[in-house]
Ligand binder design. Structure first.
Ligand code: 3HC
Ligand code: NAI
Length: 657
């Protein structure tokens, strides 16, 4: 059988095992062997029930994504699933790890499901620009009801075993090992002649929705405004579950899956899935490729310290606490410490209020965060993240002090946005310990972490920070030292292109509308107003730089939402900007002053004017070796700057990756 799927008899129970490391993806060979094994077990008169399990760290994590976009090879998953479901012997899935996509759909074809207590089950296809394509859109609502199925399919987020049991997705949680528990379950099913439960034939959970389109609309209302093809299609397909006969709805599901799989959006999202995995293959993380380097030693981070309790420091401290790591938040300004504490408390409280966190978890997380006024409190930390003012002298002074305090082996990280980390490293006696950990605002929300590999950074520290980033739930990308690293360097290029476009004739609302239409959640100028225009203005002044229009806005006191005006005007208490004739006048005057002739721009002209220079800058970044591969740049823009995932990233969009 070539080893991917095997089966054996345990008394009168056949145990079929898939063993296709690392995640038991349903490749063509697995599908073919699985079908053969099921048929053999079914035909064996000595077998009265079948249990179906996986070897290794997880049950099937889905269809084999690397086969998507290529011609489908028979047997397709749908055929395997239909065969399984119609077997007349009780079929029990024994699941563990992450049961995802086609993996979960496979269990929905089984008659019963027994899970290990730590199992997570989900249909993440939407994150790949797809819908579940092997019956998930029709079987899941039949099994657990639309009110539970729709959120699972539309968010793609998995649910844990206890909730799965509560909603009826699984029938039992194993008290210890899942396989013996599933075998016992199968024997009980035979002994007690439990009726075979074919999910495709279960209709009662959908009965309440028949002829009640409003009830369905209310369930999917949170996603009604979806702009991407996959969520729109999922809403249409789920609507069919209570409306069309199963077989007919399944034909629609198949056609939709094929359409989405061949579409540009899913292609881009699948590219990003592999890009995330490729980021971990950075040569600097694999010292074996560099014989001169010592192999990375695992380094545990049990205690962290964050210096600076401002916007970033508080968010970074929360990242550690959220991952169960004790952290001390240090600021020389007592008001900043108090403000930081209050902000952390408020954010956790709001998560509790929205049901995203239990009061218990909030208390646990707060218990992991202590505060201090002196750097001395960082002396026991395994990792210290500096997030003080963006000023080289201030940062160097902090690093000099830390050098005297930090324990041997401690990692000394900076969250600087633009400064030269090689220069910062000159202020300590142990430059190998210095690294950039560039979090994005809000640090506890944004998934990107640019890990800046400075010239002297110890490879073991680099590897440890990459592993830590994963533990924090981040998308880590390794970059080299240059002004602004990858993300902010390209952001500045886009900012310059925006200035030029405004001078030549476009207005803020036109630029924002073009990029929102392109897929960004917010336009860049609305984002500037939200973040505040003052920081960049001060930075430009400190570096002798100019941006005629942005400078003029700041000089007119238009610092953004907080000031009630920026690129837009804001009514009291509103965060929704309204185009302001004063801004149009200010821009026109600036164009005139600089002798630039204005003209109108169409959205089709605006997008390339902003994006082409970014792609060119990306090419330079690659040529300089600041980023290792184009897909790293794309991850940075998608996870740090809101580039629409369905467009892959700037380099993908520009045909560079
Ligand atoms: N197909 C092909 N390869 C896959 C895969 C899949 N479904 N899932 C993971 N892999 C590969 C990864 O690319 C990686 O390869 P590499 O070592 O060469 O880089 C390797 O398996 C290990 O993956 P991770 O590094 O991600 O391992 P983790 O332990 O961190 O995570 C996981 C495991 C949670 C299962 C994660 O890999 C994951 O989320 N996988 C994708 C799950 C998914 O999206 N499933 C739905 C697929 S679409 C589908 O099933 C359609 C159906 O409805 C018809
Ligand atoms: P902030 O001004 O909100 O906070 C800085 C804090 O550092 C203040 O509370 C200040 O009291 C404290 N501080 C100053 N000197 C100190 C010292 N010697 N010892 C201890 N504490 C000291 O600044 P913010 O926005 O949090 O930025 C911090 C760093 O993070 C900067 O380097 C910035 O470039 C970077 N960054 C900022 C982002 C943002 O969106 N705000 C995003 C990513 C990085």
């Amino acid at each position: 059988m070539n080893g991917l799927v095997s089966w054996r008899r345990d008394g009168d129970v056949a145990v079929i095992t898939i063993d296709n490391p690392p995640v038991n993806a349903l490749s063509h060979a697995v599908r073919a062997q699985l079908l053969a094994a099921v048929r053999e077990a079914d035909a064996d008169a000595a077998v009265s029930a079948i249990v179906f399990a996986c070897a290794g760290r997880t049950f099937v994590a889905g269809a084999d994504i690397s086969e998507f976009g290529k011609p489908a090879q028979s047997p397709i998953l749908l055929d395997v699933i239909a065969t399984l479901e119609h077997i007349d012997k009780p079929l029990v899935a024994a699941v563990h790890g992450t049961v995802l996509g086609g993996g979960l759909e496979l269990t929905l074809a089984c008659h019963f499901r027994v899970a290990d207590a730590r199992t997570k089950l989900g249909l993440p296809e939407i994150k790949l620009g797809l819908i579940p394509g092997a019956g998930g859109t029709q079987r899941l609502p039949r099994l657990i009801g639309m009110e539970h199925a729709a959120p699972m399919i539309l968010t793609g987020g998995p649910i844990a075993a206890p909730l799965a049991l509560e909603v009826g997705l699984i029938d039992e949680i194993a008290e210890s090992d899942v396989l013996p528990a599933a075998i016992t379950f199968a024997r009980r099913a035979v002994r007690d002649t439990l009726p075979i439960r074919r999910v495709s034939e279960m209709e009662n959970k959908l009965a309440g929705l028949r002829g009640k389109p409003d009830a369905y609309a209310a369930i999917v209302a949170p996603w009604a405004g979806a702009r991407l093809d996959a969520p729109k299609a999922a809403i249409e397909l789920l609507r069919l579950a209570p409306t069309l006969p199963f077989a007919e709805a399944m034909r629609e599901e198949r056609a939709t899956f094929t359409r989405l799989m061949n579409g540009e959006q899913s292609k881009a999202q699948r590219y990003l899935f592999f890009a995330e995995r490729a980021a971990a293959k950075h040569p600097a993380l694999h010292p074996s490729l560099h014989p001169a380097l010592k192999p990375a030693e695992p380094r545990a981070i049990a205690q962290a310290a964050v210096i600076g309790a401002g916007t970033m420091g508080t968010g970074i401290a929360m990242c550690f606490a959220n991952a169960g790591i004790a952290v001390v938040l240090i600021d020389t300004d007592a008001t900043a410490v108090a403000r930081g504490r209050a902000s952390i408390d408020k954010q956790y409280e709001s998560s509790v209020a929205r049901g995203r966190l239990t009061a218990d978890d909030k208390a646990k997380r707060l218990g992991l965060i202590s505060t201090a006024a002196s750097l001395a409190a960082a002396k026991d930390a395994d990792l210290i993240v500096e997030a003080v003012f963006e000023d080289m002298d201030v940062k160097k002074a902090v690093f000099r002090d830390l050098d005297a305090i930090a324990k041997p082996g401690a990692v000394l990280a900076t969250n600087t946005s633009y400064l030269d980390i090689n220069d910062i490293a000159t202020s300590v006696s142990r430059p190998g310990a210095v690294i950039g950990l560039h979090f994005f605002s809000p640090a506890n929300v944004m998934r990107l972490l640019e890990i800046v590999n400075a010239t002297a950074t110890d490879p073991a520290i680099l590897a440890a920070m990459f592993a830590l980033a994963r533990k924090l739930g981040k998308v880590p990308v390794i970059v080299g030292v240059c002004r602004g690293f990858v993300g902010n360097r390209m952001l500045q290029v886009r900012a310059a292109a925006i200035e030029r476009l405004l001078l030549e004739g476009a207005l803020p609302a036109q630029i924002d509308a073009a990029l929102v239409d392109f897929g960004f959640a917010m336009g860049p100028l609305a984002v500037s107003d939200l973040a505040g225009l003052g920081i960049s203005w001060r930075m430009r002044k400190a570096n002798g730089l100019h941006a005629a229009i942005a400078d003029a806005l700041c000089e007119a006191g238009r610092f953004g939402i907080k000031a009630g005006k920026g690129y837009y005007r804001y009514d009291a208490g509103s965060r929704r900007g309204v185009p302001d004739p004063d801004v149009a006048a200010l821009i026109e005057q600036t164009s005139k002053r600089l002798g630039v002739t204005r003209r109108t721009f169409t959205p089709d002209e605006i997008v390339p004017r902003l994006i082409t220079p970014m792609i060119e800058e990306g090419r330079r970044i690659l040529a300089e070796g600041i980023a290792h591969q184009a897909s790293d740049i794309d991850l940075i823009w998608v996870h740090g700057y809101g580039w629409p995932a369905a467009r892959g990233g700037p380099m993908y969009y520009g045909g560079v990756s």
